[in-house]
Design a protein around this ligand. Structure first.
Ligand SMILES: [Zn+2]
Length: 227
């Protein structure tokens, strides 16, 4: 079930209180429209009725997608510094709902889901896109590390994050997403064969893969973005 609650947030342009209908949990199998709205950036975004400024409520919900095999604890960007604690909270909710604390039927569903915790919209979109494209998220993070190493410019950590933006044909397109408003720039299209090459030489990447895949926050930038 997808469950909602109301929250008043003040418009950043004129301070008018605007009521958002926020979600506690998204069940994407029953509400594929919500998955699409997350991917196209319209989910929990509104225009202020007074001045027209578009703004967006930070995400804080659980995202369950059985068809993609994903369970994600989605947290606001402001909680990044506490990524370890938030990952533990996500793990506990998962265990109670779909793991050892749940009914046998729920556990059967849980076994087919990969549990993750993310911070902010761009990180959530990235996980869904990678899964839709059949790219393991640890492999994706290794690919990001390789691509970032070859970039000329490296923005100030914390203000921007390097994320998968979309797929063009089969090729992943990465870019720098400004954390404050989600605007992406400097997109880099990477040949899909890079993903295949990483997976063809697992021994070469084992230490990095283990470090990245340790826990629910599978994100190369988890330390960098925490400050
Ligand atoms: Zn306004």
């Amino acid at each position: 079930m997808s469950i909602f609650r109301n929250l008043d947030a003040n418009c950043p342009g004129c301070d008018t209180p605007v009521t958002f209908e926020l979600v506690y949990s998204v069940a994407a199998d029953r509400r594929p429209d919500l998955r699409e709205a997350i991917l196209d950036g319209s989910f929990q975004r509104k225009a202020c009725p007074t001045c027209g400024t578009q703004f967006r409520a930070e995400p804080e919900f659980s995202y369950m997608d059985i068809s993609l095999g994903l369970y994600i604890g989605v947290w606001p960007v402001s909680m990044r510094a506490k990524w370890r604690e938030q990952a533990e909270r996500t793990q506990k909710v998962f265990d109670d709902m779909l793991g050892p604390g749940a009914s046998r039927e729920a556990q059967e569903i849980g076994k087919r889901l990969q549990a993750r915790a993310v911070f902010g919209w761009a990180a959530l979109v990235e996980k869904i896109l990678a899964r839709q494209a059949g790219i393991d998220d640890r492999t994706l993070e290794i690919a990001k590390a390789m691509v970032m190493r070859n970039l000329d410019t490296m923005p100030v950590p914390g203000a921007q994050e390097f994320r998968l933006l979309r797929l063009e044909d089969e090729d992943p397109v990465f870019g720098w997403v400004r954390t404050s408003d989600g605007v992406a720039s400097n997109a880099v299209r990477v040949p899909r064969k890079l993903i295949g090459e990483i997976e063809a030489t697992p021994e070469k990447w084992e230490p990095l893969r283990e470090r990245i895949g340790d826990g629910l926050v599978v994100d190369l930038q988890r330390e960098m973005l925490a400050d």
